[in-house]
Design a binder for this molecule. Structure first.
Ligand code: UT7
Length: 329
């Protein structure tokens, strides 16, 4: 029997229409287009005024099912990566299954911050590779504006709202997910965190007054770990699979900072023309960045392309996935 790989057979994304530019932000906090552009590469980000993460996911998934001619009733499992669920419980995957009519599926949320999509993709792939399921939907989505403090210039300029979804199906031609390396280090939890709202610091007048329900980031510390670990794990997955820079068609990096993306590409020996970049349009959408990149670049992807996805985020969590693209669009 041939080995079953989990292939991405479709991708779709969604970002809200409202744009918040760097100049708009400069009217709200002490910042400038020049600072944001040179330090991060971001020019603008999308803002969802009404609705929840499940609504972003719904738009992405509706389009995905439509373009892959998939009956929602045939989807068996939905794994949804997010740090901005609709509620602490029930899971946003449950809400999404209801809204999208995927009523035969079960699903769950996965928290791995900016590495959420690669964690969810690797997990979802297992259900296909074992032969258990034929249709798994993997979503990466965040409505970061729901936890952003627009009085904190160190975080509010970085993040945006958006997300995307992929369909995983079995492939016996050797295409699809080939390998992954996933890591975590909980000692980094204090550097990028939403301190309140969980069981450690349940919501109270005090947590609200102290602005503890917003994202807190020690940017310099996170940068230091991100720039080394994302580059190292990307090089490691290449070496493990005997891939040279020439073998790789695309690097799909988490979109947190153009300088981290450049360092990762340099470490891999990959030229800029093979790196997916859309940070200038959407900023950092946390679990949403990687499927949004695949969606933006889908038309340029060819069957058989070797692709490395890599990410680093809160937790700390980080890792890389090596896959062979399964279709021409
Ligand atoms: O996606 C999950 C993982 N997250 C990341 O990978 C993010 C990693 N970190 C970063 O990308 C960068 O650290 C940031 C973009 C967050 C910050 O860039 P930086 O070059 O590390 O700046 P910094 O934090 O060292 O701050 C430099 C200066 C400070 O002023 P002083 O102390 O030098 O006077 C900040 O107060 O820039 C100031 N600053 C700002 N100035 C204008 C911080 N934020 C802003 C701002 N506008 N928005």
């Amino acid at each position: 029997m041939k080995k079953i790989h989990a292939a991405i057979t479709g991708v779709n994304g969604y970002v809200p229409e409202d744009i918040l530019s760097n100049d708009d932000l400069a009217k709200m906090v002490d910042t400038s287009d020049e600072w944001i552009t040179t330090r991060t590469g971001i020019k603008e980000r999308r803002i969802m005024r009404n609705g929840a993460s499940s609504d972003i996911a719904l738009e992405a998934v509706k389009g995905l099912l439509n373009k892959t001619n998939t009956n929602p009733l045939d989807v068996e499992l939905v794994i949804l990566a997010t740090v901005t669920p609709d509620y602490p419980f029930p899971s946003t995957a449950n809400v999404l299954c209801d809204k999208a009519g995927m009523t035969n599926a079960w699903g769950y949320d996965l928290i791995a911050a900016c590495s959420g999509f690669i964690y969810a993709l690797s997990t979802g792939a297992q259900f296909i590779e074992t032969g258990r399921y034929k249709k798994v939907v993997v979503v990466g989505v965040d409505k970061m504006t729901s936890i952003l403090d627009y009085q904190d210039r160190t975080t509010c300029v970085i993040f945006g709202d958006g997300g995307g979804a992929v369909l995983l199906e079995p492939n016996e031609e050797g295409l699809g997910v080939q390998d992954f390396i996933l890591r975590s280090d909980g000692a980094g939890r204090h550097y990028l965190v939403q301190p309140a709202g969980g069981s450690l610091n349940p919501a109270s007048v005090e947590t609200v007054e102290n602005r503890m329900h917003y994202v807190k980031q020690e940017g310099k510390q996170v940068f230091k770990f991100a720039v080394t670990n994302m580059a190292e794990v990307s090089a490691e997955i290449m070496e493990k699979n005997q891939l040279t820079a020439e073998d790789i068609a695309w690097l799909v990096p988490h979109q947190a900072n153009l300088r981290i993306i450049d360092a990762t590409a340099d470490r891999m020996g990959i030229t800029k023309d093979k790196v997916m970049i859309n940070i200038q349009k959407y900023g950092n959408t946390t679990a949403g960045t990687l499927p949004l990149c695949l969606w933006d670049y889908e038309a340029q992807l060819k069957k058989g392309d070797n692709i490395i996805l890599s990410a680093f985020g809160g937790g700390f969590t980080w890792g890389a996935v090596y896959l062979k693209w399964a279709y021409n669009s």
